[in-house]
Design a protein around this ligand. Structure first.
Ligand code: ZN
Length: 113
């Protein structure tokens, strides 16, 4: 499950912030998950709770923000919705689409207490 290592990456970000900003407890974590990132939100929730145990973010609430995917269709010459990485263009049904949004997962905000 690659969500486990991703959750560890999230913890790393949280601990870096905790060190820099000198807080000792995180109450909520807002995580943006792109539709094309390959990250399963449910798996991420499960791994998040496991990884945060015993850290500054123990018991923190995980708020997942879904970021829809979109891409640049070379045939249409415009940006189109891309629900999945291998989706066809909704306009021309073609597959020459360069994903432009929704590939990432990132920590958007931390609420500290
Ligand atoms: Zn197209």
């Amino acid at each position: 499950m690659h969500e486990m290592s991703l959750a560890q990456g999230v913890l790393q970000i949280i601990e870096d912030h905790a060190m820099k900003e000198r807080f000792t407890r995180v109450t909520s974590v807002w995580l943006e998950i792109g539709a094309l990132s390959g990250v399963e939100p449910e798996a991420m929730r499960f791994c998040f709770d496991a990884v945060m145990r015993g850290t500054v973010a123990q018991g923190a609430k995980l708020e997942i923000i879904d970021v829809p995917g979109s891409g640049w269709c070379m045939q249409c010459g415009e940006t189109v919705a891309l629900p999945q990485r291998d989706s066809a263009c909704p306009r021309c049904q073609g597959y020459q689409i360069q994903p432009t949004r929704g590939m990432e997962m990132r920590v958007k905000e931390l609420e500290v207490g």
